[in-house]
Design a binder for this molecule. Structure first.
Ligand code: GLN
Length: 542
């Protein structure tokens, strides 16, 4: 029997509902249950694929090629369960379905309305494709009281009514702020938030209260009384030093125990948290530190590189070192040159990106890493720029560039108009819609037997996730090779270069895909583990 845990948020946004859901998922898993996690976002974009990183942070890509909210990254990193397209639902996606049904005549002449048509579609999306999980955790984006969220709240109210309260649990995340002038934690925002929820027919079963300090028993009692929730289900969610402590901290506060009780599973064995203790131990007592420069375009907004930052941390866990990340805006190299900022770092990473702004700064970083023998990791755009850099500076192809920046004489990076995926051939054109038209999701690549990446991965064939329009042009393979850059992995049909590397350098690897999306704290991605290892070696030299 699948049970549903609905996680809503109140008071303010950014309280960390995604992380809370992910950590609860990890705790249930540690008790031996099978879980799925899902995100429902009330905005009207069909998916976050066309949203600016400044608006929405990173776009997380699933194996089946969905462009989703970054919270799905937390879910995967905490549970290891690969997310799917059906785990990411937006109001835009729901409305598109309802409107398409209406055009087809499925509603038989009825008036199409938010209730029941939109709410039915939302409920359907909640219960569909659950893989017989024991628990499906559904996070509702936004904050209670948002106008656009109302159909979602109405749907979960109906769901609880239809399935029964023993299959549905409402968890509400709120804020208990400390007001320094009064010297007190305040419960009123939580009371108001719960009042708002109850006005739309939802009585929370458990309150998760974010706070920067211990919440005294007296305040918890007050929240319990005013919000109609048993005192032991007013769970403090205190700030922690690093996110991987959250499952342990929640367990200490009794969160998962209360969830078990709600569902009548009080006899379930306690969770096995050994892996989380080990991860936290490694993060708290590293044996050294390396410094990695990430040269990108959205460095002011850390959420834009969420998975990347986590994957670098995981690489640190694999080597028992702390990774100090220096986020450097590529633009600054255009005026000052790269040298000064990069002199003291042990590794340089140029991440994924789009468009021409910042390109010459990123190229300066590539040149620096190549010529000074500093470990270099190029991811997607960072790989494409490394190819252009080699083509221009070592292969003598002066006009080498990417067609992403307009027409060029030597398109070493260009738009493929068709490519194979499994049995099918996919096509795209310059004038296509922007949404969902990239090479998206998991693709296989075949590694060259004598390459460095073959050693790093320890296997011949890999599957990694993609999100890009442009590809390295295979016709330039020989020129690149002669310039010391070899194609170390290809798509199975031999048409698309997937990895490039240099033999004359301590660690210089560019990958066309996004390995950061598959890294886990308990299973660091091999490329990140190897890159940080190279940075450790580098730190011994400088
Ligand atoms: N802009 C490049 C492309 O579309 C790279 C994309 C990326 O880095 N994700 O191919």
């Amino acid at each position: 029997m699948t049970r549903f845990i609905l996680v809503t948020g109140g008071v303010v946004s950014s309280l960390g509902k995604g992380l809370s859901s992910a950590a609860l998922g990890a705790l249930l898993q540690a008790r031996g249950f099978k879980v799925r996690l899902r995100k429902f976002d009330p905005y009207l974009n069909v998916d976050p694929g066309t949203m600016s990183p400044y608006q929405h942070g990173e776009v997380y890509v699933t194996d089946d090629g969905a462009e989703t909210d970054l919270d799905l990254g937390h879910y995967e990193r905490f549970t290891g369960v690969p997310a799917r397209r059906s785990d990411s639902v937006t109001a835009g996606k729901i409305y598109s379905t309802v409107i398409a049904n209406e055009r087809r005549g499925d509603y038989l002449g009825g008036t199409v309305q938010v209730i029941p048509h939109v709410t039915d579609a939302i409920k359907q999306a909640i219960v569909t494709d659950t893989d017989d999980a024991d628990f499906v955790l559904i996070e509702i984006g936004g904050t209670v009281g948002d106008i656009e969220g109302l159909p979602f709240f109405e749907s979960i109210r109906q769901l609880a009514y239809e399935l029964g309260r023993d299959r549905v649990m409402f968890v509400h995340l709120t804020l208990v702020p400390y007001i320094s002038s009064a010297g007190e934690l305040k419960t009123k925002p939580t009371q108001h938030s719960v009042k708002e929820l109850r006005s739309i027919g939802i009585q929370p079963d458990l309150l998760l209260c974010r706070s920067d300090r211990e919440i005294p028993q007296s305040q918890r009692r007050k929240i319990a009384l005013f919000c109609n929730v048993p005192e032991q289900r007013v769970i403090p969610a205190l700030d922690v030093e690093n996110i991987y402590q959250v499952p342990i901290s929640y367990h200490q506060q009794g969160f998962d125990t209360q969830v078990m009780q709600h569902f009548g599973l009080a006899d379930a064995p306690p969770p096995d948290l050994a892996v989380w203790h080990e991860i936290v131990r490694s993060l708290q007592s590293p044996e050294g530190e390396v410094s990695i420069a990430v040269v990108g375009k959205y460095t002011g907004l850390r959420d834009a590189y969420k998975s990347l930052a986590e994957a670098l941390t995981h690489g640190g866990i694999a080597n028992n070192v702390r990774v100090d990340m220096q986020w450097i805006e590529a633009d600054i190299f255009e005026t000052d040159g790269a040298a000064q900022q990069l002199e003291a770092v042990h590794g340089i990473l140029v991440p994924g990106g789009f468009g021409e702004r910042g390109v010459s700064g990123k190229m300066a970083a590539v040149t620096f890493a190549r010529t000074k023998a500093v470990p270099y990791f190029g991811i997607c755009f960072g790989m494409q720029l490394a190819v252009i850099e080699t083509a221009r500076n070592l292969a003598g192809i002066e006009g080498a560039s990417s067609t992403e920046f307009g027409h060029c004489q030597d398109p070493v990076i260009g738009l493929m108009t068709e490519w194979g995926h499994g049995e099918t051939v996919e096509r795209r054109n310059v004038g296509d819609d922007l949404g969902g038209t990239m090479r998206l999701g998991a693709y296989d690549a075949v590694l060259s037997p004598d390459s460095r990446v073959r050693q790093i991965y320890g296997c011949d064939r890999i599957s990694e996730r993609h999100r890009h329009r442009y590809e390295v042009n295979i016709n330039y393979e020989q020129s690149l090779n002669e310039a010391g850059m070899r194609v170390a992995a290809l798509s199975p049909d031999g048409q698309l270069p997937e990895i490039v590397e240099r033999d004359d350098h301590p660690w210089f690897i560019g990958v066309q895909f996004h390995p950061e999306l598959k890294s886990k704290p308990f299973d660091p991605h091999p490329l990140f583990a190897s890159f940080i290892k190279a940075a450790v070696d580098q730190s011994r030299l400088v």
